[in-house]
Structure formats: structure tokens, C-alpha cells
Write a new protein. Structure first.
Length: 88
């Protein structure tokens, strides 16, 4: 299902049975902002190491492990993958 820009905050407030939200596009600033908003709404904060796992190019192989991990403190866990490309 494709979610438009205006609906993202509504969806992240009540994700229901959603397991994955993929944000992509050419406007990396907007994507970063939307990802931070979604992280705050789902996990309550962007920097709780028990609820938010941040993966990058070097650690992306942990995606399955982090996505299936149970939160130690209860509530929803979140895995953020920062896989942006830079163009020269």
C-alpha cells in the first residue's frame, strides 16, 4: 500500500498490524524528517537503544535480527535503516 505524504503521521500514530514502513525518494531532507517523526510517534524517542536500532551500510546485515527482536521494555521496537546514497 502506498501512503502519501499527508497520511504518514496518521499511519504512524496507529500502525495496526504494519511491520514495515519504507520511506524513499530523492529529497533526503524530507525523508530524514519523516523518519524522525515516525520514530518519535512509534517509539516515543529517536535515541532509546532498547527500542530503536539504527542500521547503516556496514550493519545492514542485522536487519532481520533487529526486525524480529522483542522489545525488552515492552511496546513497539523500531529499526531504522539509513542507506542513503550520495551523488557526486
Amino acid at each position: 500500500m502506498k501512503i502519501d505524504n499527508r497520511s504518514l503521521s496518521r499511519v504512524t500514530k496507529d500502525p495496526g498490524s504494519w511491520r514495515v514502513i519504507l520511506l524513499h525518494g530523492e529529497d533526503t531532507g524530507l525523508i530524514r524528517e519523516r523518519a524522525q517523526d515516525a520514530t518519535r510517534q512509534i517509539a516515543g524517542t529517536t535515541d532509546d537503544p532498547f527500542r530503536v536500532a539504527v542500521l547503516d551500510k556496514e550493519t545492514h546485515d542485522r536487519l532481520e535480527e533487529e526486525a524480529l527482536a522483542l522489545s525488552l521494555m515492552g511496546g513497539a521496537g523500531l529499526c531504522v535503516c539509513a542507506m542513503h546514497q550520495t551523488h557526486s
